[in-house]
Design a protein. Structure first.
Length: 90
């Protein structure tokens, strides 16, 4: 989970949805299907005055393979590994 000074919280789920929430109300403000389960921590950074959010996505490690013992649905999650980067509105 990543919280910003602009009262946004970014997080994702194992089904591949990465989304932004209003930090005060918890309301979902935006969502994007990344194609594979979200894992790891998101980061934010600024380049030339524009703010970006980057998040790792993808399954396939030994840990995620072990999840299927406790969570059989995890076997259906798409594999892969990618870094998704989004520009915040100006």
């Amino acid at each position: 989970m990543l919280a910003t000074a602009g009262d946004l919280v970014f997080t994702g789920d194992p089904e591949g949805f990465f989304f932004a929430l209003d930090a005060r109300s918890g309301a979902k403000l935006w969502s994007f299907q990344t194609g594979s389960g979200n894992r790891g921590s998101s980061v934010t950074y600024i380049v030339n005055g524009r703010q970006y959010v980057a998040t790792p996505t993808g399954w396939g490690s030994l840990v995620s393979n072990g999840l299927t013992v406790l969570w059989p649905e995890a076997e259906q999650f798409r594999g892969g590994s990618m870094l998704m980067v989004f520009a915040l509105p100006q």
